[in-house]
Design a protein around this ligand. Structure first.
Ligand code: HEM
Length: 130
């Protein structure tokens, strides 16, 4: 049972990574059609928050039911979860501001997503090793 919850936590991490990767690709593929680009960017925000919250929820369940200690890997996962939320919210706010000024937000969005992906991969490698 606990193994299943831990696997679920890992699947949610993988799903979150997949959403982030899609968010780097899909809007730039739709650059020629502004309406579609805005629509899919918004779907991307929604998918991020969905998997982000399910991942945190699964992590909390693992933590509570396994009675594991607050090790450095768990602390780093909590810190990265908060950081990911802050970066994603900042990304969405800035993209909106850039769009309202008629500017291209593609490069800014890519940098933010790159940072998110890097953090997620690093904390996952750390969690698996420790
Ligand atoms: C960005 C957020 C997070 C990522 C990427 C992440 C990733 C991972 C990964 C890859 C594992 C190893 C899974 C395995 O061994 O199969 C893991 C284990 C675990 N995670 Fe997370 N996690 C995140 C957030 C959280 C949160 C918010 C909590 C809540 C306290 C949490 C609690 C745990 C616990 C207790 C384990 C088991 C650690 C152990 O085996 O000692 N995680 N996580």
């Amino acid at each position: 049972m606990l193994d299943e919850i831990l696997s679920y936590h890992r699947y949610m991490t993988e799903a979150l990574l997949l959403v982030m990767l899609l968010n780097t690709v899909v809007p730039s593929l739709l650059k020629h059609n502004i309406e579609k680009m805005i629509f899919w960017t918004r779907i991307g925000y929604f998918a991020f928050w969905m998997f982000w919250s399910m991942n945190i929820f699964a992590g909390l369940i693992v933590f509570m039911f396994t009675g594991r200690a607050l090790t450095s890997s768990v602390w780093s996962m909590i810190a990265v979860s908060v950081l990911l939320g802050v970066i994603e919210a900042y990304r969405a706010i800035q993209i909106r501001k850039l769009w309202m000024r008629g500017l291209d937000a593609g490069r800014f969005s890519l940098v933010m997503l790159g940072l998110e992906i890097l953090l997620l991969v690093m904390v996952s490698l750390f969690a698996v090793q420790v």
